[in-house]
Ligand binder design. Structure first.
Ligand code: BJW
Length: 244
């Protein structure tokens, strides 16, 4: 029976909810240059372009057509029924984990539903799209809110808590992430260093797949509910699931 589990999720877990990933065929980076929309320099150069990128994703998330899928729901069930400790660390800025019921959740790359004051760093729930008139209420003069997301070259959020959880976990599961973006891509190395179990769930082997002990290949919505049942039944992952 596991005591401490860390689950890392990436864009692939939300793909079956209709949100595009970044690096797959038809992914967001096929239409947008990373340096234009996901760096502080891109934002300084053309804030309107970056705002359009995040506003369209915010509008899609709020359109009523995007719902948590079976994988999000299964992780919320795991949190509710697992007698040990579970931390879900998501690289995703959507709110599908919390809408499914996850509570011990860390958004290491920020949240699409929030804006941040660039001066005080205070965050505000986004009630209207980003733009010149969507400003903070903490400063005089009020500051234009920037997307509360972590761009390349910026420090991901919650790293102390994440490292603590990784150092103490006996099972690490990475779901739907390509393993190309650090520091998240290196979490598996930390867990390996402690000799604990590592499992990858992905449609296909990801960039750092050889670092994982077990690979569960297929859609997150199919595999994660089965994985959760194995863990909740007190079994060790890899014996009850077809793993390679
Ligand atoms: C399915 C599926 C289904 C599909 N079921 N699976 C050189 C070497 C090493 C590092 C660096 C370097 N040069 C620069 C760096 C650092 C840099 C970095 O990693 N660059 C690399 C590109 C090389 N990182 C940073 O700058 C980070 N900050 C930092 O490092 O600070 C210093 C520091 C150091 C040490 C400790 C602490 C701090 C910041 C990174 C910020 C990333 N931001 C973005 C955009 C903002 C949010 C947003 O707009 O949404 O975050 S980039 C983008 O990539 C987004 C994602 O969260 C992130 C990861 O993508 P993800 O989730 O893996 O998605 P995909 O599309 O890549 O993969 C989807 C996967 O799902 C695929 O594998 C599919 O097969 C799978 N899949 N359907 C199961 N149904």
């Amino acid at each position: 029976m596991y005591q401490h589990i860390v689950v890392l999720t990436g864009a692939g877990i939300s793909a079956e909810s209709g949100l595009r990933t970044f690096r797959d065929q038809d992914g967001l980076w096929e239409e947008h240059h990373i340096e234009d929309v996901a760096t502080p320099e891109g934002y300084a150069k053309d804030a309107e372009l970056v705002e359009r990128f995040y506003n369209s994703r915010w509008q899609q998330l709020n359109s009523g057509s995007v719902e948590p899928n079976a994988a999000h729901v299964a992780l919320a069930k795991l949190e509710a029924e697992f007698p040990g400790q579970l931390l879900v660390v998501t690289q995703n800025i959507d709110n599908l984990h919390e809408r499914a019921g996850s509570k011990r959740l860390l958004h290491m790359h920020g949240e699409l539903t929030k804006g941040r004051c660039p001066r005080s760093q205070q965050t505000f729930t986004l009630r209207e799209p980003y733009g010149p008139n969507n400003c903070c209420t903490c400063c005089i003069p009020a500051q234009r809110l920037r997307p509360h997301v972590v761009w390349f070259g910026e420090m991901p959020l919650g790293m102390d808590k994440i490292h603590q959880a990784l150092d103490n976990c006996d099972l690490f599961i990475a779901i739907g992430t390509s393993g190309t973006v650090y520091p998240a891509a290196g979490f598996v190395d930390i867990v390996n260093h402690h000799g604990k179990q590592t499992v990858e769930v992905n449609l296909m082997p990801a960039d750092r797949h050889s670092q994982f002990q077990y690979h569960l290949t297929g859609k997150a919505g199919d595999i994660v509910p089965k994985l959760v049942e194995v863990i909740l039944s007190g079994n060790v992952v890899g014996t009850d699931l077809a793993a390679s």
